[in-house]
Write a protein that binds this ligand. Structure first.
Ligand SMILES: *[C@@H]1O[C@H](CO)[C@@H](O)[C@H](O)[C@H]1NC(C)=O
Ligand SMILES: *[C@@H]1O[C@H](CO)[C@@H](O)[C@H](O)[C@H]1NC(C)=O
Ligand SMILES: *[C@@H]1O[C@H](CO)[C@@H](O)[C@H](O)[C@H]1NC(C)=O
Ligand SMILES: *[C@@H]1O[C@H](CO)[C@@H](O)[C@H](O)[C@H]1NC(C)=O
Ligand SMILES: *[C@@H]1O[C@H](CO)[C@@H](O)[C@H](O)[C@H]1NC(C)=O
Ligand SMILES: *[C@@H]1O[C@H](CO)[C@@H](O)[C@H](O)[C@H]1NC(C)=O
Ligand SMILES: *[C@@H]1O[C@H](CO)[C@@H](O)[C@H](O)[C@H]1NC(C)=O
Ligand SMILES: *[C@@H]1O[C@H](CO)[C@@H](O)[C@H](O)[C@H]1NC(C)=O
Ligand SMILES: *[C@@H]1O[C@H](CO)[C@@H](O)[C@H](O)[C@H]1NC(C)=O
Ligand SMILES: [Cu+2]
Length: 614
């Protein structure tokens, strides 16, 4: 048991304690202190055979950080892992606190084994976020946990667009106050370091996982050869040619469409990375709801390392009402696709007969067939003669994420409109085209002209050394404060999955996307030729948004953001093997207004400039 202390304006209250791993909010702007103890231990509740994982205060996922908009956050990390680490707060804009962003080589030095670090930031935003390891592949070893920031009274909500019924509106407000996180992730039998070593030895990109998890719970259910062949999708058949999926449902590592034609050594691939399925019964999540409340709210969060996920609850619509910490015009759907780092907040109406309904989580990428399930359970003490449901619930999606009925609605991301919406400036200071593709081998990647080597996490942090050699290489982009910047992500080589581009610090507008060759020098020029591919009026405002998948030809995505927060911030693909493989650039935002680092964050000793660009 850990204690959380809240330093109120008037009184010193040591009131909050673990309540389902949550920290309780209080009434006024506060300093909320949160302490995490990281340990490296065997996980016996794993979806597969036990392996070592990162525990956060003894649990996986880590405990929820529950805040009120305006709170000052102190997040103290005790690193009792046998290696260095850092923690990043995904989607938190870190306005005025660039030293608390948790990126080694950019905002801090890695926290050594046995060391500790105090992150301080202000919860200026509201909604659903999460924290996770941002050193090497450690997010895949279990270091992630949800963050929820309740909106202050001035925030305009969109529930009135769902219904005018005041009873239901009250039920939704209540559901939102009690909203709970649903962490969706994937799991691998190998540790992230074993996996990285396997990639280096084999030359292959390890794009599959061994299990999916809902709130850290899941199982492995190996499919028979017949079932695998039967479920293989049309898209997979095109990639496979004469090949078949491996026993873990994965495209084989010898597939040159998926892996490219680079040098490789298949005998250096250890079991479980592409082959070697072993069924295992792990724990299964149960979501218990009471229909008396009318609605329940969930914040779906993907902290997956590699998997693109699809989530649905049998026989229940989900009303998407917020996306990544911003209300949207509500959309009613049966299933939602989440790329790595995405968050969707949903309302679910509780109007079905009492009983159990299956919750389905499936891998949606071409890379693999994989799924897990949980239970959505109605329980009530209020109904005198409740209506009971008969038989198993009916799915709206298949094991590969296709619709099982003509009525199934899968969220079409392009239809999302923020509420209220806003629009970016039309005056752009610079436009950069960042090419996305392999970098001389299957498991190394480029974003731009170069590849951000994993070893650069050891380099002198750019926030402290903005004149280092990295700062003057193709790995960084310099911007001036209070200017607008366009990035075009150009996926020039098929076959490519959607690459979820995550930008640290403030969010960006997703102003365009399309198929085909990008041969323009600016968005303004492109808009003269293909205006239908752009939206500058009410574009989405996101911190993580994926490029369109490139199946047969190139694709692109255009984003625009306002430079408002001087500091060194990473922009990268959130598929962990792609980030480890170098799909990242460092933004030196507002180089002309570089911040003065507070005394407590200054580096004790100066770091020599060596190995900076290796
Ligand atoms: C962290 O947890 C470990 C294992 O339970 C324990 O030995 C250690 O004392 C804890 N450290 C802190 C700072 O709480
Ligand atoms: C409002 O919603 C409640 C709860 O679903 C329902 O019982 C009631 O009949 C509705 N009122 C109107 C006027 O539709
Ligand atoms: C391929 O990997 C195997 C297993 O690690 C190793 O024994 C062998 O030497 C490697 N072959 C080459 C050509 O590197
Ligand atoms: C995957 O889905 C199938 C079909 O619904 C189900 O039988 C199986 O149990 C699921 N796998 C897991 C691990 O839950
Ligand atoms: C899936 O949706 C499409 C488009 O609505 C429809 O044509 C198709 O029949 C549906 N599939 C199934 C299995 O119902
Ligand atoms: C970086 O170089 C610029 C221009 O030479 C200089 O003004 C600035 O003080 C340097 N910054 C640091 C932190 O050394
Ligand atoms: C990549 O190289 C081109 C051509 O030299 C240059 O214009 C562009 O700025 C470079 N991109 C980055 C991110 O440095
Ligand atoms: C871009 O390429 C397309 C297809 O190759 C071509 O039709 C179009 O004219 C080009 N646009 C410009 C501005 O060069
Ligand atoms: C950077 O620009 C933003 C937006 O104009 C402004 O709010 C902020 O104060 C500026 N920061 C500095 C350090 O000048
Ligand atoms: Cu990627």
């Amino acid at each position: 048991m850990k204690l959380f202390c809240q330093f109120g304006a008037l009184a010193f209250l040591c009131l909050a304690q673990w309540a389902q791993g949550r920290i309780l909010p209080t009434d006024s702007a506060n300093t909320v202190r949160f302490e995490i103890n990281l340990t490296w231990e065997d996980w016996h509740d794993a979806p597969g055979a036990p392996r070592k994982m990162i525990f956060t205060n003894g649990q996986i996922p880590g405990p929820e950080l529950r805040l009120k908009q305006g709170d000052n956050v102190e997040f103290y990390v005790s690193n009792n892992l046998p290696y260095a680490t850092t923690v990043h707060f995904h989607g938190i804009d870190q306005i005025g606190t660039p030293w608390s962003d948790g990126v080694p080589g950019l905002s801090q030095k890695p926290i050594p084994a046995g060391g500790n670090f105090l992150y301080k930031w202000v919860a200026t935003q509201y909604g659903s976020y999460f924290y996770h390891a941002h050193t090497r592949g450690q997010i895949e070893d279990g270091l992630y946990g949800p963050i929820y920031i309740s909106p202050d009274n001035s925030v305009q909500k969109s529930f009135h667009l769902i219904t005018k019924n005041t009873t239901e509106l009250r039920q939704m407000e209540r559901a939102e106050k009690r909203t709970s996180p649903v962490m969706l992730s994937d799991w691998r039998q190998l540790t992230s370091e074993e996996l990285w070593n396997a990639e280096k030895a084999s030359g292959r990109d390890a794009f599959c996982s061994n299990a999916l998890m809902i709130n850290g719970k899941g199982s492995i259910n190996c499919l028979s050869r017949n079932a695998l062949n039967e479920y293989t999708t049309a898209a997979q058949k095109i990639v496979l040619g004469k090949q078949t999926l491996t026993d873990i449902g994965c495209l084989p590592p010898s597939n040159t469409v998926a892996e490219g034609t680079y040098a490789h050594n298949l005998s250096a691939i250890p079991p479980t990375v592409f082959f070697g399925c072993k069924s295992h019964q792990g724990p299964s999540e149960v979501f218990t709801v009471d229909p008396i409340h009318g609605y329940v709210s969930y914040d779906l969060i993907s902290s997956a390392g590699v998997a693109t996920l699809m989530f649905s609850i049998d026989e229940h619509k989900m009303i998407v009402y917020a996306v990544e910490g911003q209300y949207v015009e509500p959309v009613e759907v049966d299933a939602i696709t989440l790329t790595n780092g995405n968050r969707y907040s949903v309302m679910v109406k509780l109007d079905k007969p009492l009983g159990d309904y299956s919750v389905r989580l499936v891998n949606y990428g071409v890379n693999q067939i994989l799924n897990t399930t949980a239970t959505f359970r109605y329980e009530t003490h209020h109904a005198p003669c409740p209506k009971m449901k008969n038989g198993p619930s009916k799915p709206s999606i298949s094991i590969t994420g296709s619709n099982t009925t003509a009525e199934t609605v899968i969220l079409d991301e392009s239809t999302i409109i923020p509420y209220p919406s806003s629009s970016p400036s039309h005056h752009v200071a610079q436009t950069l085209v960042l090419r996305i593709g392999h970098y001389h081998t299957s498991y190394r990647w480029t974003l731009g002209n170069s590849s951000y080597a994993l070893s650069l996490e050891q380099a002198r942090p750019l926030l402290f050394y903005p004149n280092s050699s990295v700062a003057h290489s193709d790995l960084t982009v310099h911007t001036k404060n209070n200017t607008w910047v366009d990035f075009i992500f150009y996926v020039y080589e098929p076959l490519q999955p959607p690459h979820p581009i995550h930008k640290h610090s403030n969010k960006y507008y997703v102003i365009g996307q399309g198929q085909g060759v990008w041969n323009y020098t600016s968005v303004a020029e492109a808009m003269e030729h293909i205006p239908e591919s752009f939206n500058l009026k009410n574009p989405q405002y996101r911190d993580t948004f994926a490029t369109p998948p490139a199946a047969t030809g190139p694709t692109w995505m255009a984003i625009r953001y306002h430079v408002i927060n001087p500091g060194a911030f990473l922009m990268h693909c959130h598929i962990q093997v792609h980030l480890s493989g170098g799909m990242a650039v460092a933004l030196l935002d507002g180089v002309d207004k570089w911040p003065i680092i507070p005394e407590e964050y200054r580096l004790a000793e100066s770091m020599a400039e060596n190995n900076d660009t290796k």
